[in-house]
Design a binder for this molecule. Structure first.
Ligand code: KG4
Ligand code: ZN
Length: 350
């Protein structure tokens, strides 16, 4: 079976092809991605209308690119998957309309996938795929969640951010430091030349006794420290503040992830979403894993941020297990707000 995946929930247009036989772990045939980061940079964040229009421009050329790369003819595609939500409504609609038009033309099933289910499953395309059950740390621009995952569609929310997401904390702090968008990679690069203990920043809810997060206060603390540096902070001061900010975010993520594993009685952690690309987070979790009986699984670096491969993969894993029920009439909707834990083992009704 060959599954085409389309991701268009925010500022990345992703298209990919995966293949699988029986219950074998699906394999990636090809994927192509266009990031809109350059287009949105001038505005300091994603402009939804510009995002939608750009997805329209990019989708079909990217589709042709992956078909050529994989040397697969369009009529060999057996099923088409798209990101149904959560995300920007207009951007999601572009992927949904494209997927359903292709499905209707080819008479193939079309499957609406939950974006976070895609992130969650993405390590299955790595050289070191996890086994169920595991705890997932989902850390993206819009979400910070700890989830117990017992199988495809079997998700239990253990804790989440009560305000900003970890990615948002990176992005907003980066903005305070005068760095571009998206802020996570830029802040992390600046932090590499700084001292993580230079500024005392809060670790919100670190000892709250539950698995929730709160990052909104951090950006205010970063702003306050930045203001104290005066009008012309040195490069070293900025690097120190970046390193201290990154350490504060990562400390909380690591602490709560280890606690979630302990509480759930599990030894496997899957880290997914854009912040999962963060080198400090990875090294801290790897160091913890080396010290105790636990394994950490990550997606391949190229599949950490949004991409079509994870959408094709999640659909393929549902199809393998009989958990996808595509509508027969190619009627579709999108779900800009959609909680992962409401995605049942049976596919969601559109
Ligand atoms: O999963 P993703 O690509 O998109 C969403 O679904 O939101 O995550 C994007 C987020 C952004 O906030 C970005 O700043 C952050 O992931 N990010 C990073 C790194 N790379 C991306 N944060 C910290 N360190 C990184 N290396
Ligand atoms: Zn994402």
């Amino acid at each position: 079976m060959v599954v085409l995946g389309i991701e268009s929930s925010c500022d990345e247009t992703g298209v990919a092809l995966v293949t699988y036989q029986g219950m074998e772990t699906p394999r990636l045939l090809a994927h192509a991605l266009h990031s809109q980061a350059d287009m949105h940079r001038d505005y300091g964040g994603v402009v939804p209308e510009l995002a939608s229009r750009d997805h329209i421009r990019r989708l079909l050329p990217l589709l042709q690119q992956v078909l050529a790369q994989a040397q697969v003819a369009l009529d060999r595609v057996d099923a088409i998957a798209f990101t149904r939500g959560p995300g920007l409504a207009g951007a999601l609609l572009v992927g949904a309309a494209c997927a359903n038009a292709l499905g209707a033309a080819l008479q193939r099933p079309v499957i609406g996938v939950h974006h976070l289910e895609g992130h969650l499953m993405s390590p299955f395309l790595s050289n070191d795929p996890p086994h169920f059950p595991f705890v997932a740390l989902l850390v993206s621009g819009g979400h910070t969640q700890l989830m117990r995952v017992d199988g495809v569609g079997r998700y239990e929310l253990l804790g989440e951010s009560v305000d900003d997401a970890a990615g948002e904390a990176f992005d907003k702090s980066a903005k305070v430091l005068g760095l571009g968008y998206p802020g996570g990679p830029a802040l992390s690069a600046l932090a590499s030349g700084g001292r993580a203990d230079a500024f005392a920043l809060p670790r919100p809810l670190l000892h709250s006794g539950n698995l929730d997060f709160s990052f909104a206060g951090l950006k205010t603390a970063v702003w306050t420290q930045h203001r104290k540096l005066g009008a012309c902070p040195t490069r070293q001061q900025l690097a120190d503040l970046a390193a201290s900010t990154q350490a504060a975010i990562v400390d909380v993520l690591v602490h709560k992830s280890l606690r979630a594993l302990h509480d759930a009685g599990l030894q496997r952690l899957v880290v997914a979403g854009g912040v999962g690309a963060n080198a400090l987070l990875r090294s801290r979790l790897d160091a913890a894993a080396a010290q105790r009986r636990m394994r950490v699984h990550y997606p391949e670096p190229a599949l950490c941020t949004d991409n079509g491969a994870m959408i094709a993969l999640a659909a393929a894993m549902r199809l393998q297990r009989g958990l996808a029920t595509p509508p027969q009439d190619y009627a579709f909707d999108v779900a800009p707000r959609w909680a992962l834990e409401t995605v049942s083992a049976a596919a969601p009704a559109p």
